[in-house]
Each structure stands twice: as C-alpha cells, then as structure tokens.
Write a protein that binds this ligand. Structure first.
Ligand code: DGY
Length: 330
C-alpha cells in the first residue's frame, strides 16, 4: 500500500483550485479555518498555503515538526517568520511577477482617481448634488509634466514607471540599491535621495516591502517635506506609513490627497483616516484581477508541489534553506 499523501493545509479558498496542481496522489489538501484550527492541524502538515492576512510566526512554526513548505499567496512575505522557517528547513514561496501588472494598474487607478477627485465627483452625481456643468467645478490636479516619485524600485515600481510615460510624468525613484544605468535609461527614471524625492514629487507612490527598515518610513517629518498639494499613494504595506501622521497632514490641509489600498492593521482602517479629507480608501485590492489571483493560486500550489516532490521552485524567498545539493537543509 502507498503511504498516505502529504497533508497540505489551505487557509482560504483561492481564485483557482489548488488541487489542479496538488491532486490526491500528490497531496491531501485540507481546508482550515481560523487560527485555532490552523494551530491544531499544522502538527501533521507537510505543506501550507496561506494568505498575507495569516500570521505565520515562530510560535506556529514550533507546532509544525513536519512542515516542509509554505506557499504564501502574496508577493510580500512580512506575515511569515522567514528566518525561523529557514532555521527549521522550511521553504517559503511567494507569488512574484504574476501580480505585477495588476498592482501597477491599481496604482494608476488610485493616482488618477485621487488627482481627478473621482470619489467626490461620483458622490455628487449619485447624491443628486450636480446642478450642471461648471467651469470651476471639481478641478483636479494635472499629470503631464509633473513628477512621480517612486519609493522602492522593484518589479511593480518599474511597471508603474513604464505606465507613467504614457501620462507624460517625470519619474524619479528612491531605493537602497540604485538600478543599472541601462534600466534607468530604459525607464527614463532618475534616482534621488529620499528627501529630494519627497520635496520634489507631485505624486509619491510606495512600492517597498515591509521590513524593520521601512516600517513607519513615511512619518510626520517625511510628510512635512512633501509639497503642500502632493498626493501619497500606497499599494505596498500600510505599516510603511504612520497613518496617524498622515491623517494629521490631511486634516491640516498639507497634502493634495492620499490614496491607500493597504493599512497597518487590516481589515481595521483607522477612524481618523476614514474621516480625513481628500482620502481615497480601498480594501487591499492591488492584485485583485481574475488573472492575477488565478496565477497567484497556481504559483503557490506549484511551489508546494515542487518542494513535496523534492524539487526547487523558482519563487523561493529563502533560497539559503537549500543545501548545495538542492534539497532543504534539514
Ligand atoms: C501582495 O501580494 O503582497 C499584495 O499585497 C497582494 O495583493
């Protein structure tokens, strides 16, 4: 008799059925719901497919003696204790590339909607307040010839830079590591020190991962450096911004507006931000297209299937977990 297939926990239904890549002979896919069930079931699981809203911390991993692979359904992996996973020989996979266009598109949706005051405009129509065309009604911000400052310059920021050319925006960026001259030329993007980027940009858009260094990266001092009519766009991670400081800046009339898709304690949106003027708030939908979400599910499932089969997936965030022979270190 064949040994039972390894158990793979799935913390949420995904946009594609992971059993396509994890059929019964490869894995027993076990849906789990809530932290208590996850903590119980992880004891016998060899794989885990989880969301960015699942906290995969050291305490959970300590309950997972058989766990070999985590497929995190996100490109960001700040919800996973990666160093601890590595110490335990657990491979962590994420979902890069497949959500790049979707998230870059949403960045532009937010930028345009904030610049052109779409939420206010729509409310005016729906609430019956529109009495006719007026030359001075709902005037928004121009884009052409103005400056978009990107903080972080990974895959998503680079596609945002490409999109920006179509809107005649000048693109600057700040990242710890400067891109090659070829890439800067190709994207027509100029590296700037952070303070210059903040003070010169008309639109500042965040594209950095959440790390100890980027937590609270945009606080009161950084917001004060921004132009009085500049916009802040965040499709990265909420905790990169001090939300209270942002609400204060908006209340004080300091910024042109803020357009946010992410928050530091999702799904809680700080009450002060909900009340703040010129603020557009979305429920973390950066990657929410049918195609992106289906490909994210596929990438998670393929990563888990590869590790269970003793192979090395492409999308590993802790490659050091592999010994030189290509198998997990422990
Ligand atoms: C990610 O993948 O990190 C995104 O935030 C998901 O939408």
């Amino acid at each position: 008799m064949n040994p039972p297939a390894p158990r793979v926990l799935l913390t949420s239904p995904l946009a594609a059925d992971v059993r396509t890549w994890l059929p019964p002979e490869v894995a027993e896919v076990v849906p789990v719901s809530g932290r208590a069930e996850l903590e119980r079931e992880i004891a016998t699981a060899e794989g885990l497919i989880c969301l960015l809203s699942d906290t995969i911390d050291a305490a959970l991993l300590a309950r997972a003696p058989r766990l070999r692979v985590i497929g995190n359904h996100a490109v960001g992996f700040d919800n996973v204790a990666v160093a601890e996973a590595t110490r335990r020989g657990i491979v962590v996979c994420n979902t890069p590339d497949v959500l790049t266009s979707a998230t870059a598109d949403l960045t532009f949706a937010l930028l345009l909607a904030a610049a052109r005051r779409l939420p206010e405009a729509e409310a005016l129509v729906r609430e019956g307040g529109w009495t006719g065309w007026s030359p001075t009604q709902l005037l928004g911000a121009d884009l052409g010839g103005r400056t978009l400052g990107l903080i972080g310059f990974g895959r998503i920021a680079q596609v945002v830079a490409r999109r920006a050319r179509g809107f005649d925006l000048h693109v600057t960026y700040h990242s710890r590591t400067r891109a090659s001259a070829e890439l800067e030329n190709y994207l027509d993007a100029t590296w700037k020190p952070m303070n210059e980027l903040l003070s010169e940009s008309d639109f500042v858009s965040l594209h950095c991962p959440l790390t100890p260094e980027t937590r609270g990266l945009i606080g009161a001092a950084e917001l004060a450096r921004m132009k009085r009519d500049a916009f802040l766009i965040n499709t990265a991670r909420g905790a990169c911004v001090d939300e209270d400081a942002l609400a204060a800046a908006l209340e004080a009339g300091h910024l042109g507006g803020a357009a946010l898709d992410v928050y530091s304690d999702e799904p809680c949106v700080p009450a002060r931000l909900l009340r703040a003027p010129r603020t557009l708030l979305l429920p973390h939908v950066g990657s929410a297209t049918r195609g992106a979400r289906a490909r994210m599910a596929e990438l998670c499932a393929r990563g888990v299937a590869a590790v269970l089969a003793g192979a090395r997936p492409r999308n590993v965030v802790n490659p050091e977990v592999f010994a030189s022979g290509g198998t997990p270190a422990s």
